[in-house]
Write a protein that binds this ligand. Sequence first.
Ligand code: ATP
Ligand code: MG
Length: 242
Amino acid sequence: MTGQTTPTAGPQEAGATDRPGLVMEGVGLRHGDGAETVQALDDVDLVVRPGELAAIVGPSGAGKSSLLAVAGGLARPDQGTVTLAGVDLTAAGGRARAKLRREHVGFVFQSGNLIPALSAVDQLRLPMRFRPRRARSGRDPLALLEDVGMAGKADRRPHQLSGGERQRVGIARALVTEPSVLLVDEPTAALDRARSHEIVRLLAREAGQYGVAAIMVTHDHDVLEHCDTVYEMIDGRLTALA
Ligand SMILES: Nc1ncnc2c1ncn2[C@@H]1O[C@H](COP(=O)(O)OP(=O)(O)OP(=O)(O)O)[C@@H](O)[C@H]1O
Ligand SMILES: [Mg+2]
């Protein structure tokens, strides 16, 4: 069932022409070969508008991380198209895809994936140095840390931060280059209830305020109230729930 995957109205129509968000159409992805193949994504249609936070729930092995990998140009689908910021990712070559990724995609991984030797503010400065020359100017690292409630701990390294604080820095780092699309895999897996709500509220607020099309994978049904749209993934097939 993929007919219901187009949300009726994004929360932020403004900016839609500037950054058209993410569009996936008829996307299929198979892992492995021979008898061992798994259809990780099966005819997936998904539209995430600028400013919208979409949640994806579903059992382990359903294909949720595979969807994020394809949406962000880390994996190339066998079928269908992925359009990001108005550009067809699936038609782009390896180098063009890498450039699109650097310029338009922010990833937040479950662990936060911070670099142990760098302070919080330096985690944000690093991706700014690797931007393509004509990319957007980016956000000010210290102001962004302030935005996510981490300004007071800008000089701390990851081991001096709690799990929730590391997640905040990871989110800030993904946003510092002003991506069109933010992809977040299980941001609350290691957090208690109160912190989980804080993190997802933060994602919704940043997406809405900066016109980012955001997708969050989660097992946590508790936090879905902060999301604009909710999808369920089962055996590679995506269905709209709300
Ligand atoms: N590189 C790979 N090679 C072969 N099979 C893979 C590969 N990556 C994922 N798979 C398989 O594809 C399917 C979807 O995996 P995926 O990681 O997308 O699931 P998921 O929904 O994110 O699960 P979880 O909730 O456990 O993280 C699974 O059956 C998995 O075993
Ligand atoms: Mg996963």
